[in-house]
Design a protein around this ligand. Sequence first.
Ligand code: PLP
Length: 397
Amino acid sequence: MELSKMGLSISPSSTLAIDAKAKKMKAEGIDVIGFGAGEPDFDTPEHIKKAAIAAIEAGFTKYTPASGIMELKQAICKKFKKDNGLDYTPAQIVVSNGAKHSLINTFQAICNPGDEVIIPAPYWVSYPEMVKIAGGVPVIVKTSEQSGFKFTVDQLQQALTKKTKAIILNSPSNPTGMVYSKEELTEIADLAVERGVFVVSDEIYEKLIYDGYQHVSIASLNDKIKEQTIVVNGVSKTYAMTGWRIGYTASNNEIAKIMANIQSHATSNPNSIAQKAAEAAICGNQDMINTMVAEFISRRDYMVKRINAIPGLSCVTPKGAFYVLMNISKLIGKAIEGKQIYGSDDFADVLLEKAQVALVPGSGFGIDTHVRLSYATSLKNITEGLNRIANLLNKQQ
Ligand code: PLP
């Protein structure tokens, strides 16, 4: 019997695949150093856990309104005002099961079959697949290390067609750590308004930003672009709450309503207890963010310095998130431990097999000359992992 063509066209998440492989090796007793993590290695703060426990004890364990509870939506509105200078009403907020779910809802709300969505590469693995799930067509615009992994307005102009429905922005970016400036966002916003295309702005790494860089939400630039932007955010990365599964969107009323309707049939409300925890996270003490940021900066600095000292490898310094995109292009076409390296998948395989180091091949991010290392792991692990990479590559000299 014929199965769904759309379903068959979806590839598995490469970030989750490498993680699964590394975990399996660990379970077999092999000492693997994992650079695959897509989540902070910090614990969810105590006051957030307590809010969840209090919710359970108070019997807050039933269905809630499908698009989220009013108190959480109000807290999110306050956050947008305080952090981003954006005015939204609770009716414009949809709370979902993680930012991943918010993004899926977004594309389902805006795409018709054949609509094109522009995705700058390197991109987060899920974007093209999410667009396809919604019946859209991903249009990849390649960026390079030389341009700081940012696309130019000229590139955007060339990629725009009559079928373009939206552009995806992800700043700070996974996997590059790149951050767009206000000036760059203004140029993009002007073009989006002129051409009447939506901007899907994934701001999940908003708070993990370094070296004095400021996060600017493109929606805050003017009312016109705000009307055309769907801002995606969540508590996963900021509050070390990946397992709680709370993400949210802010958009115009019409889009919010469509998303809420879709969600009401697909999942109903996000977990009631996690919503209470998210409210406590957004309204409560924010000190842990500073602790996390300080720790990420020192790990990043160490990682970048070590990588750039290993012959054949290099990287640029990321300005946000917790990933380093390592350039392996000098090793492509060469052999490591007798295995020919044709691209990032081969490199990741050799490292896992011969050095017991797990990292994510860039192929899934649309950049086969690079691999992604997460520094959401202890400095001890980072040191040991980089020692192993250096030793393996030194043997080849
Ligand atoms: N957007 C980006 C760029 C991400 O890296 C991730 C998680 O890795 C998400 C969205 C999804 O976050 P959540 O855990 O809230 O679904």
